[in-house]
Design a binder for this molecule. Structure first.
Ligand code: NOJ
Length: 552
């Protein structure tokens, strides 16, 4: 049996892989409508092979009314015409495989779009019907059911319940939506729902995908009785404590992941499941990657860690130990389509809760150049760690968060649902620049883009950085090549004693020094030959810089 890349003995490729997240709306547009699409991605795949990533992960491109940028799926087994066709998907997969890259797709099991045929059937069929049993419909409270069944809030702001009008025209039941009202939650105790998702997995596995990134993998099962709950604000300090909520991290989800594990394993050991599970502490998250469940989980504790020696060292140690204890690799991630880009986030001087976004007048914004230097230092530290790493499109270009997005251009449902109190996630989703001198910076053949691009992005364009020593793109390319050459993803980490404010580690012959202190470090004190640095070095390793040194 050969795997998707024609490798005779399938390997645990994912244990050390660098997986690049493509956000299809914003990667490359082939038809000039201002929204990225699958042919656009295929056309630009060479650039990712050139970068040196092992796999791509595609955020949703399925049929969807796009109320949550495609995380509101109306048909799990078809491509939305906005993005192309199933044939376009097959062409993309074939091209990626030819270039030696695996393909991971998103799957969104917690909810469907309200346009999904199941939800439309549930609305039409009325209370007590088998169609309604696929979702979480309940009677309201109050004298005539005019109040929601409980006090749960949507992750995007506002109530997590919406009342429907019954087929006879009367005000009726309420349905649960942990996200937007256009994303009704599925009832996962329903065997019809479970069996249908088994088929969806097989549909994409049969088309050759190498795995699934599982959306809201901590959701799906809700506590019996749906008790009231008042959430705590999630920040870095709360990641140590275990909180229990009636809609996240319920024990019942694990049975579903064991079932999915079996579906995927039937296609060979090289197909994977990756959990998007906002669960803390790490010991709890590790339950998602036990040997008979998923293969990897995003390490959001790492993503949320500040640029601080003690915090970083602790989360790195805890991650390696905790995931290692269940036989799973750790993963590392700094940016994705839900958080402020790390070129801006890591140098903020004010807290930035997830989903809050930033604008030009936000408090605590860093100087752009400083933010990028710090981000590059953080990236070089991350890419030296053993385990799998995730990159988010545009970070290799050093893109900062886009701050200047007018309210009427904002599309994240969070913005409307909180009446502008939370800006949402649009700032990290702006179409990326390819060519400095082309309309829309070469994103597509027209000047149109679904979110406005900043006027000063020409220097970030890929063609302005390719082959330029010291550019962000050049640093990422070199890092991925060296990481592979030295086997850092499968290596072993040893901490080395270092001055205050400095992280120093060895990983299989490479010494990594991250200077988080405010002071310069003489390079002569570090020994070894410089393999790669996050910024040009003279005699010292300056603050906010990381260097890789050869170390016998
Ligand atoms: C997590 C996804 O990453 C996010 O973009 C989406 O809005 C929610 N899940 C709901 O599907």
């Amino acid at each position: 049996m050969t795997d998707s890349l024609g490798v005779a003995a399938p390997t645990d490729w994912w244990r050390s892989a660098v997986i690049y997240q493509i956000y299809p709306r914003s990667f490359a547009d082939s038809n000039g409508d201002g929204v990225g699409d699958l042919p656009g991605i295929t056309h630009r795949l060479d650039a990712l092979a050139d970068l040196g990533v092992d796999a791509i992960w595609l955020s949703p491109f399925y049929r969807s009314p796009q109320r949550d940028a495609g995380y509101d799926v109306a048909d799990f087994c078809d491509v939305d015409p906005l993005f192309g066709t199933l044939e376009d998907f097959d062409a993309l997969t074939a091209r990626a495989h030819d270039l030696g890259m695996r393909v991971v797709v998103d799957i969104v099991p917690n909810h469907t779009s309200s346009d999904h045929a199941w939800f439309q059937a549930a609305l039409a069929a009325g209370p007590g019907s088998p169609e309604r049993a696929r979702y979480i419909f309940r009677e309201g409270t109050g004298e005539s059911g005019e109040l929601p069944p409980n006090n749960w809030e949507s992750v995007f702001g506002g109530d997590a319940w919406t009342r429907v009008t019954e087929p006879d025209g009367t005000p009726g039941q309420w349905y649960l939506h942990l996200f937007d009202s256009s994303q009704p939650d599925l009832e996962w105790t329903n065997e019809g729902v479970r069996a249908d998702f088994d088929d969806t997995l097989r549909f994409w596995l049969d088309r050759g995908v190498d795995g699934f990134r599982v959306d809201v993998a901590h959701g799906l099962v809700k506590e019996d009785g749906l008790p009231d709950y008042t959430p705590e604000q999630l920040d870095a300090s709360s990641l140590d404590s275990e909180t229990s909520s009636p809609h996240f991290a319920q024990e019942g989800v694990h049975e579903i992941w064991r079932r999915w594990h079996d579906v995927v394993a039937a296609y060979g050991p090289d197909r994977i499941l990756v959990a998007e599970a906002w669960v803390h502490p790490l010991e709890r998250m590790a339950d998602w990657v036990r040997p008979d469940e998923m293969h990897q989980a995003f390490n959001f504790g790492y993503l949320m860690a500040a640029w601080d020696v003690a915090e970083l060292r602790r989360i790195i140690d805890d991650s390696l130990a905790t995931f290692g204890a269940v036989g799973a690799p750790s993963t590392w991630v700094l940016s994705n389509h839900d958080v402020v880009r790390h070129a801006t986030r890591l140098a903020l001087t004010e807290p930035n809760p997830q989903g809050h976004g930033l604008a030009t007048d936000s408090a605590g914004l860093p100087d752009v150049e400083h933010g990028i230097l710090r981000a590059r230092a953080a990236t070089l530290l991350m890419l030296a760690l053993p385990g799998g790493a995730y990159l988010y499109q545009g970070e290799e270009l050093g893109l900062p968060e886009a701050l200047d997005i007018p309210g009427d251009a904002r599309q994240d449902p969070t913005w409307a649902r909180t009446n502008g109190e939370r800006l949402g996630r649009d700032g990290c989703r702006v179409p990326i620049p390819w060519e400095a001198d082309a309309p829309a910076y070469g994103f597509g053949p027209s000047a149109s883009t679904w979110l406005p691009q900043p006027a000063d992005w020409a220097p970030y364009a890929r063609d302005a950085q390719r082959g330029i020593a010291g550019s962000s793109l050049d640093m990422y390319r070199s890092a991925l090549a060296l990481r592979k050459r030295h086997g850092l993803g499968t290596g072993t980490l040893t901490w080395i004693e270092a001055p205050d404010g400095v992280l120093m580690l060895d990983n299989d012959g490479v010494r990594v020094v991250a200077n988080i202190s405010g002071a310069d470090l003489p390079l002569a004190d570090l020994g070894g030959e410089v393999l790669l640095a996050s910024r040009p070095l003279g005699d010292v390793l300056p603050a906010d810089a990381t260097v890789w040194l050869s170390h016998a």
